[in-house]
Design a protein around this ligand. Structure first.
Ligand code: ATP
Ligand code: MG
Length: 246
């Protein structure tokens, strides 16, 4: 069964013209799909709509065949916000990461176990008692990802997950995400990360979907990428290494 189905969806902010309209998209269980497009194209707005934070202006959203409601807590979906400050709000890191698991009504021991696992997966063990506003930018980003992972959702929405991460933590994130079975939509300008993680890429610009296909076909299409303010990622333009001549 299709996991997520968006049907003729219009996405926008109250009192303003739609950012995206007539958008239709389907996601299979376990699929990893990248959402790319220029600044202001509507990636974050779409995520807010799927996560039920922003009401759709028109159209329908379904998860596992059921309509998605705005304003309700749906444990099957977890959103990692682009701006960590929009997500983190508890006094300490451990409380913040545990919040989603507590919200699921799990017993305390299970909340603690999931929290410890998510902190370890995100390289945050040892910082449990740190006030969230005393974390570095990259630590905050990883705290947000840990806070989503504790929920073990059917669908992870990751908005610029590698933003502000150093190379070691970016690599740790890619390895972590590659090993997860959850379906994910990843909005990112980090196209090399996209190539490593997502077999399918959806390009949005000027109010709608401009391309939806295999990652290498979309990201490797120089004319398409240029027309939408993107560049073919270097690993697709570099000539393949030729065998060393003896
Ligand atoms: N809270 C808000 N209230 C009103 N308009 C908003 C709000 N957030 C975003 N917008 C507008 O919606 C449009 C789409 O913005 P959005 O943040 O979805 O783009 P994006 O594709 O995520 O861009 P970026 O690559 O910069 O993250 C922009 O024109 C933006 O100004
Ligand atoms: Mg955004």
């Amino acid at each position: 069964m299709t996991l997520l189905a968006l049907d003729a969806l219009s996405v926008g902010w109250p009192g303003r013209a739609p950012v995206l309209s007539g958008l239709s998209l389907q996601l299979d269980p376990g699929a990893r799909v990248a959402l790319i497009g220029p600044n202001g194209a509507g990636k974050s707005s779409l995520f807010h709509t799927i996560a039920g934070v922003l009401a759709p202006q028109a159209g329908a959203l379904r998860l596992q065949g059921q309509p998605l409601l705005t304003g309700g807590f749906d444990p099957r979906i977890a959103l990692v916000f682009q701006q960590a400050e929009d997500q983190l709000f508890c006094p300490t890191l451990a409380e913040d990461v545990a919040f989603g698991a507590r919200n699921l009504g799990l017993p305390d021991a299970q909340v603690q176990a999931r929290c410890a696992q998510a902190l370890a997966d995100c390289g945050l063990s040892g910082l449990e008692d740190r006030p969230v506003h005393h974390l570095s930018g990259g630590e905050k980003r990883r705290a947000c990802i840990a806070g989503a992972l504790v929920m073990r959702p059917e669908l992870l929405l990751l908005d610029e997950p590698s933003g502000g991460l150093d190379l070691r933590n970016r690599r740790r994130l890619i390895t972590l995400l590659a090993g997860l079975e959850h379906a994910m939509l990843i909005a990112s300008h980090d196209l090399e990360l996209v190539l490593e993680l997502c077999p399918r890429v959806v390009l949005i610009d000027q109010g709608g979907i401009r391309a939806d296909g295999p990652a290498r076909a979309v990201l490797g299409d120089a004319a398409l990428m240029e027309a939408h303010g993107q560049e073919v990622p270097p690993s697709l333009t570099r000539p393949r290494a030729s065998p060393v001549q003896k």
